[in-house]
Design a binder for this molecule. Structure first.
Ligand code: GTP
Ligand code: MG
Length: 298
């Protein structure tokens, strides 16, 4: 199986719904206001926000004018290039080592599963990995992570249920520094982004890593369920305000018909997607590639 074939497979649903609508639109010969209005509507129906859809259409339109395009057919390519560029504008460098990756997000989006997948991913690259069970809130959360740690064959740092998550992180950081581990991945409890006390707890965890391990490359990634739709952007905005996110892990891409909010994350919040989850198994995680994603949906 090719590297991106899982992602392509996962994006089939998005592609099916988008490409049919676009095919009908592009088969119209005249490029006029009506054409661009319809294009905007199609983008919005794929969960691109209104602001971003307007921006995409503006960019496509000026490109089409610059290239003196008359045919709807050629606009497909312009649209593709525009979308790829938009995603590439927010891309970041791969992490330097040692690195700390803290996964945050609302309940049930796939944080713990992603910790397991990421541990496996870095181990395959020959890195040493430790995971930290900083979800001390939900009963059995650390056991769930312990199962993933065992599967991936990595070390886990955990405390008992109900203890302070920042203390777990403090211990994990000390241990990783002592052992010169390359990657520390932190699982956190699911929290509603509207609960201020939980967001404060997250800020505290953020401060512990920054203070205790300044030499590490620290990535705070928001895990987003791809089936969430446009609400994903407002979730991202609140988490970003709390802890200054570095990027996104998009999960459950295998279950969505719409992935358009990815463009809004990039254009409105400058947040790149770094990894994509395409299933429930340890191997079901891929580096997100902007070109492949756009090829997959158009
Ligand atoms: N299909 C699919 N399912 C996924 C993916 N990632 C996670 N899941 C499933 O989503 C469910 C929730 O996953 P968890 O990893 O427990 O989510 P969480 O964010 O840690 O949940 P809380 O700790 O309760 O907030 C599980 O049933 C996972 O198997 C994915 O990429 N694709
Ligand atoms: Mg969890």
């Amino acid at each position: 199986m090719g590297i991106f074939s899982k992602l392509f497979g996962a994006l089939k649903k998005t592609k099916a719904s988008l490409s049919e609508k676009l095919r009908v639109l592009f088969s119209k010969n005249k490029l006029g206001n009506e054409f661009y209005e319809e294009l905007e509507e199609i983008l919005i129906s794929a969960d691109v926000s209104v602001t971003t859809a307007e921006e995409i259409v503006e960019r496509v339109k000026s490109q089409a004018i610059a290239e003196k395009l008359k045919d709807g057919d050629y606009v497909t390519n312009v649209l593709k290039t525009t979308l790829i560029q938009m995603l590439e504008e927010s891309e970041v460098e791969p992490p330097a080592y040692p690195c700390v990756i803290m996964l945050v997000g609302v309940n049930g989006v796939g944080k713990t599963t992603t910790v397991g997948k990421l541990a496996h991913h870095f181990l395959k690259q020959g890195k040493t990995v430790t995971v930290a069970a900083a979800d001390t809130f939900r009963a059995a959360a650390s056991e769930q992570l312990a199962i993933w740690a065992e599967r991936a064959k990595v070390r886990i740092v955990k405390h008992e249920e109900g203890s302070d998550p920042s203390a777990v992180i403090f211990d994990a950081v000390s241990s990783v520094k002592a052992k010169k581990t390359d990657v520390l991945i932190i699982d956190t409890a699911g929290r509603l982004h509207v609960k201020e006390n939980l967001m404060n707890e997250l800020r505290k965890m953020d401060r512990v890593v920054t203070r205790e391990f300044p030499e590490a490359d620290f990535l705070k990634l928001l895990v987003l369920d791809a089936t969430t739709g446009q609400n994903a952007v407002s979730q991202a905005r609140v988490f970003d305000e709390a802890v200054e996110l570095d990027g996104i892990v998009l999960t459950k891409l295998d279950g969505t018909a719409k992935g358009g909010f990815v463009f809004s994350l990039s254009s409105e919040l400058s947040l790149p997607v770094l990894f994509a989850g395409v299933g429930e198994k340890m191997d079901d995680l891929e580096y997100f590639n902007s070109k492949d994603f756009v090829d997959g949906i158009l």
